[in-house]
Design a protein around this ligand. Structure first.
Ligand code: CA
Length: 731
């Protein structure tokens, strides 16, 4: 059995908040005086300036809803490509663009940031933080970045290795840079910063690797840290930093030194500022390790893991929390995108926070108090029978904790929902959720030992459970958060599906992930297509009728935005993700696409592609060498390159097909000498000996030969848990 070890971290994002807390506020008349001239007032009024997309998810409510009305259900069929621009990477694109006064800003893989003249598509500048390739060893789920913030002439981005950077929006040059994490620890950042009250807010990733989670606020002008809120306690012997953490510490047992590897609770995605309450809401991730049996055998709630937390935005002082998954043992991060909204519940107007959670329940909470108002399963859920609205606690199915035997978990660790933006329409009252139906087999890993380098799960990924459901599919779902009911669903695609945008004209725009129909059986072989047709679609927000679609040629996961320039409404989206069965080597066409009515630009034809052959040298290694290679592969390589070396190719090469299998010298040049460091494949010379590198190669050669035989015999390709990818929650 394998212990899977994670080697990479995730970058955090930061937000900027307007600086002025006293004196006259800048007015909207300031608009247009320079690039990214986003003032505190403009951010507060973003919903009244729908021509712009100035902040992540469109406005402070993060409803991803636009009041623009030019593109309608009747004329959306006329949308065409206005222009496009290629990125310089074939990695996955998760970045949500901003549009400010005629300029589009967008972040891409490796936390690069681009600025474009929105009218012509001309690139104005590109910023490269020159993230060290070594960072990828701390990244669980891809060299990705989800977004940026803008304020007072600066663009803010959080780099993969944990810096918060302010970029001069005019020149693309770095204005300041703050190291927000301890570089000696396994922190990374992939999320988008937010700005409010003159502060930039950002958290971190790394919950699988051994970190202590926190969210920080940094001065937007200088980058100086103003406050930090830790999400889990530290060693009780040191005392806690505040009363909230004293309360949290009481929910952790003292019989196990869980603090030695940080505890987890990373704030890797959702951060929402609410001007109505002046609170900052954020979600927290899993504990370290995942399995509570090893993390804290006392079985306490382990606050503030898997929780939605509210703090005062100016000071970081705790206000309330709601723990979605007490004593989490399933990697059920509560970090999925959140939004605030004003809706009627039981006949009363309520100002609420909403989150379709990774654990499968859609939560509606009072924004001021955290009172639980609704909790309904929005996909297949079997770890709990439901949630008691009086106590706020889930009714957990005891066997689901996989203490004695394996459990076929739903939603699996891929989650019911990932980082993909949801959208809420105040007109329809529906929330449009990038939903996942996910299954995974969980079993206790009896060999688990803490890892200071690599992942801490404490759960087996390859447990035998005959008849278990595996894999996951994604679809867009319109959900009534008050009635707790599904209203419509799109067709399903394999793996995750894209983020959503909704408009005042009753449209929802959304991409279908890899575009591979869920009905096609994924054998984990390379090149599942033909049949994959990734598209950006437009749906009728009330009925789900598909009104328009555009073939984007590559996977589409990021969220579209819309804006108006010189009287014309546009829709823009970043695309780029593996399409052909998760083949890293297949072309993926990472691009920014911009649409308008009757746009006539055309994408160049796709390049012909044939998957690399499965052509390993003969397997001649001894059983002992293979055993060593399997163990060292599992610990050092599997999180990126897949269990067994044959899956999880979307962001990383499939090593059963690499030509490096034919020569140890070439294999060592990459694995030990780090010749591909700048592409993210850092040297492992500090954790692998030359003998172990040989054993890893021998193991991969054996795996490739096994796969070749199985394929020749027409047998299904072995896999764990439907394999493919488990990116969505692993940050
Ligand atoms: Ca996680």
């Amino acid at each position: 059995m394998k212990k899977v070890t994670v080697l990479l971290g995730c970058a955090a994002a930061f937000l900027f908040v307007a600086c002025q807390t006293s004196g006259p506020q800048p007015s909207r008349a300031d608009a247009g005086r320079g690039p990214a001239n986003v003032t505190a007032q403009r951010l507060l009024d973003a919903e009244r300036e729908p021509s712009q997309w100035m902040t992540y998810n469109g406005s402070y409510s993060e409803q991803h809803y636009s009041r623009l009305t030019q593109i309608t259900r009747d004329n959306v069929k006329n949308l065409g490509l206005a222009w496009f621009s290629d990125y310089d990477t074939n990695l996955q694109q998760q970045g949500q663009p901003l549009f400010i006064d005629g300029v589009i800003y967008v972040s891409t893989a490796w936390t690069k940031v681009y600025a474009y003249d929105a009218k012509t598509g001309k690139q104005l500048w590109q910023y490269d933080p020159k993230t060290p390739g070594q960072t990828i060893r701390r990244v669980c789920c891809g060299i990705v970045n989800r977004g940026i913030a803008a304020y007072h002439g600066k663009i803010y981005v959080a780099t993969l290795e944990g810096r918060l950077v302010a970029i001069d929006a005019k020149t693309g040059k770095e204005a300041w840079s703050t190291q927000t994490v301890d570089p000696a620890k396994q922190y990374t950042i992939t999320g988008a910063p937010r700005v409010a009250k003159g502060l930039v807010f950002i958290g971190t990733s790394g919950g699988e690797f051994g970190i202590r989670g926190y969210v920080g606020a940094y001065d937007a002008d200088t980058g100086k840290e103003v406050w930090r809120f830790y999400t889990v306690p530290r060693n009780p012997a040191e005392g806690q930093e505040n009363k909230a953490l004293e309360m949290a510490a009481a929910t952790w047992g003292n019989g196990n030194d869980w603090w030695a590897i940080g505890g987890g609770g990373s704030v890797w995605d959702a951060i929402v500022y609410d001007p109505k309450t002046d609170f900052l809401y954020f979600g927290t991730g899993n504990g370290t390790p995942w399995n509570q049996h090893y993390r804290d055998p006392s079985g306490g709630d382990n606050l503030f893991l898997a929780s939605i937390v509210a703090v005062k935005a100016s000071t970081g002082e705790y206000v309330w929390h709601y723990q979605t998954t007490p004593g989490d043992t399933w990697d059920y991060d509560a970090v999925s995108p959140m939004m605030t909204a004003d809706i009627a519940i039981d006949g009363k107007p309520r100002h609420v926070v909403m989150q379709p959670c990774k654990n499968g329940f859609m939560y509606v909470l009072d924004a001021k108090t955290g009172e639980l108002l609704r909790a309904n399963a929005f996909t297949d859920v079997n770890w709990a029978d439901g949630v008691d609205l009086k106590t706020g606690r889930p009714r957990v199915v005891a066997d689901a904790r996989y203490a004695d035997k394996a459990w076929n978990l739903a939603p699996g660790v891929q989650g019911a929902h990932g980082w993909h933006s949801n959208a809420f329409s105040p007109d329809t009252g529906l929330i449009y959720i990038a939903t996942q139906e996910a299954y995974f087999t969980m079993a206790l890993d009896p060999t688990y030992k803490r890892a200071l380098v690599g992942a801490n799960n404490g759960a087996r990924f390859n447990a035998e459970l005959p008849g278990a459901k595996v894999g996951f599919t994604g679809y867009l779902q319109a959900w009534d958060p008050v009635a707790g009911k599904s209203v419509w669903k799109s067709e399903s695609n394999q793996g995750p599906t894209g983020g959503a945008l909704t408009t005042a004209t009753g449209l929802v725009f959304q991409g279908n992930g890899n575009g591979q129909p869920a009905s096609v059986v994924n054998t984990n072989a390379v090149g599942v297509g033909p049949g994959a047709k990734p598209q950006l679609r437009a749906f009728d927000a009330r009925t789900g009728e598909k009104l328009w679609a555009f073939d984007v040629q590559t996977g589409i996961l990021s969220s579209p935005i819309t804006y108006e320039l010189e009287g014309v409404q546009y829709v823009a989206v970043s695309v780029g993700a593996a399409v052909q069965g998760g083949d890293y080597y297949a072309p993926n066409y990472s691009r920014l696409l911009v649409f308008k009515a009757n746009g006539t630009a055309a994408l160049p034809p796709t390049k012909p592609y044939t998957a690399r052959p499965l052509d390993p040298p003969p397997s001649t290694a001894s059983a002992d060498v293979l055993k060593l290679g399997e163990a060292r592969y599992a610990q050092n390589c599997s999180i990126c390159h897949g269990d067994n070396g044959n899956v999880r190719g979307a962001n990383f090469p499939n090593l059963t097909r690499t030509p490096l299998l034919h020569a140890q010298e070439a294999f060592d040049a990459v694995v030990l000498q780090g010749v591909l460091n700048t592409r993210g494949m850092a040297s492992f010379a500090d954790t692998l000996t030359p003998q172990e590198s040989q054993a890893v190669r021998a193991y991969l050669v054996k795996r490739a030969n096994d796969l070749k035989s199985a394929t020749a015999a027409g047998a299904p390709v072995p896999s764990q848990n439907g394999a493919g990818t488990i990116e969505p929650g692993r940050q």
